[in-house]
Design a protein around this ligand. Sequence first.
Ligand code: C2E
Ligand code: MG
Ligand code: MG
Ligand code: MG
Length: 284
Amino acid sequence: KVKESGRNGYRFFTELMQKEVLAVLQMENRLRVALQLNQFLLYYQPKVDPFENKVVGFEALIRWRVGPDEFVSPGEFISKAEEMGVIVSIGNWIINESCRQVREWLDNGVIDESVSVAVNLSIKQMQNSSLVSTIQKSLDLYKLPSACIQLEITEGIMIDDIDRTIKMLDQFKTMGLKVSIDDFGTGYSSLNYLRRLPIDALKIDMSFVQALHEGEQSKAIVRAIISLSKNLGLTVIAEGVEDGEQLSFLKELECDLIQGYYFSKPLESHSVERFMKTSLSNLH
Ligand code: C2E
Ligand code: MG
Ligand code: MG
Ligand code: MG
């Protein structure tokens, strides 16, 4: 009897595993097909200098269009794409598409060369030695100065293999590409790593910004990250800023840049032109 249930348990386990493996393979195929069918698109969220009321750049955020008005959010597929390695192909597409878009906006006078688009990089891309040449090729193809593209990496990426990360970041720096640490404060980066890394900006994770109203503790954290940035000579960006109270607190502390629904949700590319023309003068 015991043996039988053991066997059943075993069979149940392998069936589950088979299902999982199948699901992963199907997902991988769906993502590869999605790339072929052009189902990915980038939305762009403004990064605003709140002292000059000026858009200094955008963050490119991927969307997967599975139906006319049906989108899968990156939270639902990026980590799977990372597990399966298909993120490298998707990531290459993101880099190229960002460059193509910047060239189009420059040519149409929507932005000037002081405005940049920031691309999120995943750990698998950072581990891939051809990343630097991929970025350079896209910049060359669209005849862009490297300052037009910035990169966002998370703390997890930096500490994965610190020496390789530093080498990669040094190459970015030589190329003139600025790098931000995304979701800062949620990972495990030691302050010692931070000192050694050739980076340009810290992005305060939105969980801290959105907890500001809860009281002194989150205020203390935000204050600390801003002052750390300033002491290290880094630009500091707050993400997830949704209301005027958060904004004025951050401005008081001289947080350099603001990103969040307060100024704008991520926009479809064709909405960016209108945003730049009309919303700019209305930025509070
Ligand atoms: P992230 O890089 O930290 O991007 C910020 C996320 O916060 C975006 O979610 C953005 O839409 C959202 N957000 C911005 N402002 C506000 C706000 O005021 N309130 C709230 N509630 N949310 C706000 P999204 O687009 O769903 O992206 C989620 C995450 O997926 C990103 O976090 C990033 O880690 C990843 N991701 C997105 N696009 C890409 C991509 O092209 N490549 C890679 N590797 N990862 C990406
Ligand atoms: Mg980001
Ligand atoms: Mg973030
Ligand atoms: Mg995030």
